[in-house]
Design a protein around this ligand. Structure first.
Ligand SMILES: Nc1ncnc2c1ncn2[C@@H]1O[C@H](COP(=O)(O)OP(=O)(O)O)[C@@H](O)[C@H]1O
Ligand SMILES: [Mg+2]
Length: 247
């Protein structure tokens, strides 16, 4: 790999998203272009209502843009059939949300196993891998706890283990610490940092908290559905920030 090019985990080009409200259309995204180099940690920073969640959903192929193009793992998402899109999402992307979205009646272990069931892995292999992932996020011994029997931080750790279940290249996190106190937030962000540094995952974290810039290589500022700047985070970025903006 030369210093002037990189492998791209996800790219959006001139993406617009219009939401219909009554008879009018409200533009949540207004021509957003961004490419995320593989192996980097990107923070998307913006106030509430700036379009962060909308952008994250589109980057992860959970939602489709009104206009513009999305490349995930080098594939143009709009050209895929629904099953192909679901498969790409399942194999390539791990999602982490502010609300955790764990299944209440399943144990931590079973929650982590779910994406592997979707993939058709045999029970024994699922079990072993889910246990390993829970240990990795610091939850050894809590495998049989239900979400209600875990703290918020522990629930988010389960959600992170679940995001890693199918060994994705890309982890997309939407305000992952939004429901956590500052000490717990720090530990969750350190876990995300670890996933980037040691596991070599590409990480995109959407947040309104400027303090989280310290974990990232790049900071993308978004305002009113538009990217207003792309700059360096507090970790040394492997490529100049301008390279994240497709020409
Ligand atoms: N399903 C929807 N229908 C209508 N408007 C929406 C919908 N989802 C989001 N919006 C609007 O789009 C804008 C961006 O929302 P969102 O992406 O959730 O922002 P953020 O995550 O930065 O808070 C907001 O003004 C929001 O009210
Ligand atoms: Mg949001």
């Amino acid at each position: 790999m030369s210093s002037t090019s990189f492998d791209v985990a996800v790219e959006v080009r001139k993406v617009w998203k219009l939401y219909k409200i009554g008879k009018t259309f409200y533009p949540a995204l207004r021509g957003v272009s961004l490419r995320v180099p593989k192996g980097t940690f990107v923070i998307i920073l913006g106030p509430s209502g700036s379009g962060k969640s909308t952008l994250m959903h589109i980057m992860g192929a959970l939602d489709t843009p009104t206009r513009g193009v999305v490349y995930l793992a080098g594939k143009e998402v709009s050209t895929l059939s629904d099953p192909e899109r679901a498969k790409l999402r399942r194999d390539y992307v791990g999602f982490v949300f502010q609300q955790f979205y764990l299944i209440p009646r399943l144990t931590a272990l079973e929650n982590v196993e779910l994406p592997m069931i979707a993939k058709g892995l045999p029970r024994r292999i699922r079990h072993r891998r889910a246990k390993k992932l829970l240990a990795m996020v610091g939850l050894e011994g809590k495998e049989n706890h239900k979400p209600m029997e875990l703290s918020g931080g522990e629930q988010q750790r389960v959600a992170i283990a679940r995001a890693l279940a199918n060994n994705p290249e890309l982890v997309l996190a939407d305000e992952p610490t939004g429901n956590l106190d500052s000490v717990t937030s720090e530990s969750i962000m350190n876990l995300m940092l670890d996933m980037n540094e040691r596991m070599k995952k590409t990480i995109v974290v959407v947040t309104h908290n400027p303090e989280q810039v310290k974990y990232s290589h790049y900071v993308v500022k978004i305002r009113d559905g538009k990217i207003i700047s792309v700059g360096e985070g507090e970790r040394k970025p492997p490529y100049p920030p301008e390279m994240l903006l497709p020409s």
